[in-house]
Design a protein around this ligand. Structure first.
Ligand code: SAH
Ligand code: SF4
Length: 344
């Protein structure tokens, strides 16, 4: 019998598990406290649980934290973690400190099946989905490396994989991260980035999760988007933006549109002007990501003046636009540079 991974269970489900083992429900809440507040994942060290309960629990379940196989610190303070799961699958997570903030970028799939032309992860294809506990396991797995008193304050779903193509596990992991008895992160500090799956965006709208949504738009005409993002051949930009317009944004929250700037492909003033037109009527902000190169990509990063001109045009028309100079470029941990070798 395969063990239950306690990281897959919400605090309420941990309570049910405790009851099913003949213990009072609050034992489940204690387990959640150990894992998420005290960072203790070894059942034997959960010292306020009665021994017979711990033993009964250990027969059925364990906290399966992925193994840190490699840690690569970058010049800029960010750090790449390579995690290995029991079946040998590997994913990457990136830790990015910024003042008081400590952001963790998590993966949702091993590889990705969407094949965006500019994305290194896309060249891997999809190996498998992660479970909710494997997504949350990346947060639990970096904790020992943080040092006393340091905690991850923000989580972005921008690592390997497409979160909305692994919908159930992604949503469950969001509930685990935001549960007051779980990781207890404010949903406003969590951002889910999607390639733009209309059905997934519509389902997410019904969940009342109140997390931030980021849309990987990257092009302003269907002709260009079809070319660099095969997903666009399934539903056009207009359809995607219609779903964004219908998305119930919490008070004062804005939707982020990510835009990878590719030299000579989508970086002209007319692209910026088209982008302005497309975003009319959406509470939007734009995150411009200068392309992060990888060998054999066939794309380039626009020269700095063109990046700044694109940004100015948006700003002049009242759209908040920031340029994200990716972290971890020197260690292959920047946006779209993540790829792990398939184990032999
Ligand atoms: N699959 C999701 C989330 C992971 S990718 C998505 O596509 O949104 C996180 C962001 O990095 C996306 O906006 C993606 O388009 C962008 N990205 C991918 N490859 C990149 C590259 N080489 N340079 C810069 N950004 C890249
Ligand atoms: Fe997948 Fe996102 Fe990369 Fe596209 S950009 S291939 S959806 S991870």
């Amino acid at each position: 019998m395969s063990a239950i991974n306690l990281l897959d269970l919400l605090p309420a489900e941990l309570e049910e598990l405790a009851v099913s083992l003949g213990a009072p429900a609050y034992r489940g809440r204690q387990i959640a406290g150990w894992i998420y507040r005290k960072g203790v994942t070894d059942l034997a060290r959960m010292s306020d649980l009665p021994r017979h309960f711990r033993e009964a629990l250990a027969e059925r379940a364990a906290v399966l934290v992925p193994v840190v196989e490699r840690r690569t610190p970058s010049q800029d303070g960010s750090e790449k973690f390579v995690f290995r799961f029991p079946d040998g699958a590997r994913v990457q997570s990136v830790l990015m400190p910024d003042g008081d903030r400590l952001t963790l970028c998590v993966s949702t799939q091993v590889g990705c099946g969407f094949g965006c032309a500019f994305c290194f992860t896309g060249t891997m294809g999809l190996e498998r989905n992660l479970g909710a506990g494997e997504i949350v396991g990346q947060l639990v797995g970096v904790a020992p490396a943080l040092g006393a008193g340091r905690r991850v304050t923000h989580v972005v779903y921008m690592g390997m994989g497409e979160p909305l193509a692994n919908y159930r596990a992604t949503v469950k992991s969001l509930r685990l991260l935001t549960d007051p008895l779980g990781a207890a992160l404010s949903p406003r500090r969590i951002t889910v980035s999607t390639v733009g799956l209309v059905g997934g965006i519509e389902r997410l709208a019904e969940e009342n999760l109140r997390v931030n949504l980021a849309i990987s738009l990257h092009a302003t005409s269907n002709e260009i988007r079809d070319r660099i993002m095969p997903v666009n051949r399934g539903f056009a930009i207009e359809e995607l933006l219609a779903a964004c317009r219908r998305f119930p944004l919490p008070f004062r929250q804005r939707m982020t549109f990510e835009y990878v700037l590719l030299d000579g492909v989508n970086d002209r003033p007319e692209d910026a002007r088209r982008l302005l037109r497309l975003l009319k009527g959406i509470r939007a902000k734009v995150n411009l990501i200068p392309f992060n190169d990888w060998e054999g990509s066939g794309f380039g990063r626009p020269p700095l003046p063109r990046i700044l001109a694109f940004q100015s045009l948006l700003l002049q028309h009242g759209i908040t636009a920031t340029v994200r100079w990716s972290k971890g470029e020197d260690i292959g941990a920047a946006c779209g540079q993540l790829r792990e070798a398939v184990p032999a």
